[in-house]
Every structure is written in C-alpha cells, then in structure tokens.
Design a protein around this ligand. Structure first.
Ligand SMILES: *Cc1c(COP(=O)(O)O)cnc(C)c1O
Length: 389
C-alpha cells in the first residue's frame, strides 16, 4: 500500500461499488437470493463450469458476498478472500484444506478455545493428524518442533487472553523454505493494525463477529490468501462443508466495515487511557496488553503491529468473591463472552477456571473489551467498584 490512508477509505467506501444499472446507491444492493437463472444453455454451461467466478447458487458465489470478499482481501493485501458463517467455519476450513492423515500441525499455546478443540479434542485426532502445542513467544521452540510431516504452522498473534506474540516474519520465512503453510488468526488486530500477508504468512483468518462486524449482530468469518490456496478451499471445504454466510449478514458486515477505522482508533485510544488509570491501582498486579512498554514483547509488537486494539486482561490481587462483587456492580461493562462490538464487555476468568479443571489461566483475571463509550465513563465505572476488591 503506497498511500495507506487513502487506500483504506477507498477500499471500504468505493471499491467494487459501481453499479452498472445507471443508478448510484450509496449502499450496495442486497442480493437476498439462493439461486440464479440463465437465459441460454451456453451461459448456464459456462457458469456451472466455474462456480467460483459465476453466480449459480448461493452456497458458492453471491454478489453481496463477493463484494465483501473483494474488500476484505484488499484490506489484508491478499489476492482473494472467502467469507464464512462463523470464524470457526473459516478457521476449520483453512486448517482442514491443508491437512491429510499422517500430517503434523504446530499450533501456538493458548489459542482460541474452539480452535484448540478442533485441533486437540473433537475433530483432527479422529483423522490421524498429530498436533504439537508450542510457546509461540520462542521462534526457536516453533522451528525446533518441525518434523518432516509438518504441513501447517497455526499462529494467533496476539491471542485473546494473554496476548502472546509470535515473530511472524521469522516463522514465515522458515516455513516457506520448508513448504509448510502458515495460518494466522488476525482477529485481534484487524487488517488495519496488522498485515500478516505482507510479513509472508500464507492464510489469514478472522472472526468477523468481533471488530469487522463491530455491532454484535452477526456471527461470521473470513479467510484471506493467495489465489491458489483460496481456490483449493473453495472447491473443497467451502462448497462441501457448506459453512456459508447469508447475504444479509454479509451486507451487515459491509455496513460495519464503513466505521472500522473510527472504531479501531477510538478503542485503541480509550484503552490506553484506561490502562494509565489501572496502572495506578495497587489491586491490579499485572496487565496483559501488547502496546505497553512494560510488556516483554513490546519491541516485537512495535515492529509488526501498527497499534493494539481494545482488548486487554488484568490480574487482580483479590479472591473470587471480591471479583464477583466487582463485576456484579458494573454498569457499562456488561458481562458476556465475545468482544469487538460497540458495547464494553468484561469476562472474569473465574466463570470458567475451576479447581481440578486444567486451564492455562488463573481465576483472578478479568478480560475487558472496550466499546464505543468515552474513557471517563468507563474509568469511572471501574473506579466506583474498586472498593469491592
Ligand atoms: C470469537 C473468536 C473466534 C471464533 O469466531 P466465531 O465467529 O465466534 O466462530 C476465533 N478466534 C478468536 C480470536 C475469537 O475471539
């Protein structure tokens, strides 16, 4: 990207939106159709021979979805993108597309929980794929785990509770030389704050349910990559497993994308203000956030991420009862899973970390997702409830 600012606005607001009918709606039409008809056998035959480039049936291609794919691929600097009915549909399709029985996967420790389930519990073990979970902060540890059967290195930089980073350039260079596919979950940064393709990563997956949609009204996912890798996913997992997005939900994400730059700018700025407050609080014993000089991976974050977003975790010097009282009394920080929407959210780790149940996390953590409220409102809400800790 040469003039980055211009290009982001161009991609979000103009790219692909020239309607040929002579009218010029400022929002794109919604093609809420399952099916497309043809007026000659010849046209029908041509279309059916290439479902990726032609509209035949909406499990394959649909103009509302292809407009969204065009914009997301352009934002990531990828050749192409495919959108899915959830982040997990995108992640599982990207992973499955590059594996067969006997293959080996390297995955970073503490990935998104359902990615862990896919790799280690319910799905891949049934098909004879082996998985090594490695501390991704150490490039040597990742490279040292590679075997001759390794086909995929799966990254999440940063992950969504403890925000550990991986050196994307070093890992992708090694992987390319060894013909290993690299996949990254880039949901935390969005394409605005981190562009893994430009650092040599092969496939970039996102949940679009978080920042890309941004309004907590859609579950969706996206996978971006080269023409070849995307064509392979389209022909196999996409059409066959059928985890597609509805045209209306694609349209909602197109709408959400219009405000992505201002939303990201807001949550990133307000997060820094909230962190400055939290650093003055003695009950807060640790803050997990990439863009913070105290973070041991700060230099790496500065070298490969433009900024950090609005998701962070704090560790508290407080027991579970005190943490429950703190959370129960918050007003603007609503308790819920997920993140990346207009509303500010908090999730205490004690909702799922229980004695006897293995977790890499301790029960005294709170993860916050900063929404679109102003900093004073959100800080005041925390400050008024500090007395419970
Ligand atoms: C939510 C989430 C996912 C899964 O996305 P869905 O759209 O809920 O399927 C994947 N990765 C990360 C980091 C997430 O937070």
């Amino acid at each position: 990207m040469n003039d980055e600012r211009l290009n982001i606005s161009y991609i979000i607001n103009i790219l692909g939106e020239n309607e040929p009918q002579g009218i010029h709606p400022v929002t794109p039409p919604l093609y809420q159709t399952s099916n497309f008809y043809f007026s000659s056998v010849e046209q029908f035959r041509t279309a059916i021979s290439n479902e990726k480039e032609n509209c035949v049936y909406s499990r394959g291609n649909n103009p509302t979805l292809s407009l969204l794919c065009l914009k997301l691929a352009a934002l990531e600097g990828a050749d192409e993108a495919l959108v899915f009915g959830s982040g997990m549909a995108a992640i599982s399709s990207a992973i499955l597309s590059n594996l067969s029985t006997g293959d080996h996967v390297i995955c970073v420790q503490n990935p998104y929980s359902w990615t862990n389930t896919l790799l280690n519990t319910n799905i891949l073990p049934r098909f004879g794929v082996s998985v090594s979970m490695v501390d991704g902060r150490s490039t040597e540890a990742i490279l040292g785990t590679v075997r001759s059967e390794t086909r995929v290195i799966y990254l999440e930089s940063p992950n969504s509770w403890t925000f550990e980073l991986q050196d994307l350039k070093a890992i992708s260079e090694f992987a390319r030389a060894h013909k290993i596919i690299t996949i990254i979950d880039n949901s935390y940064s969005t394409p605005l704050y981190q562009q893994p393709i430009s650092l040599g990563i092969d496939l970039v997956v996102h949940t679009a349910s978080k920042y890309l949609g941004g309004h907590s009204d859609v579950v969706a996912g996206v996978c971006c990559g080269s023409k070849e890798l995307i064509a392979k996913i389209f022909a196999n997992e996409f059409l066959t497993l059928g985890g597609i997005l509805s045209p209306f939900n694609a349209w909602l994400i197109l709408r959400g994308l219009r405000t992505l730059p201002v939303r990201m700018e807001h949550v990133s700025r307000v997060t820094q203000q909230i962190l400055a407050y939290l650093k003055t609080q003695s009950k807060v014993t640790r803050i997990y956030y990439p863009d913070m000089p105290e973070n041991e991976q700060y230099e790496l974050s500065k070298s490969q991420m433009k900024k950090s977003s609005g998701l962070f975790t704090i560790e508290l010097d407080a027991g579970t009862e005190a943490i429950e009282a703190f959370c129960n009394n918050l007003t603007y920080w609503r308790m819920a899973v997920s993140w990346g929407g207009f509303e500010s959210l908090v999730i205490p780790s004690c909702t799922f970390v229980r004695p006897g149940l293995y977790s890499a996390l301790t029960p005294n953590l709170l993860r916050f997702s900063v929404g679109l409220e102003d900093a004073d409102t959100l800080i005041q809400d925390i400050d008024q409830n500090m007395k419970f800790l």
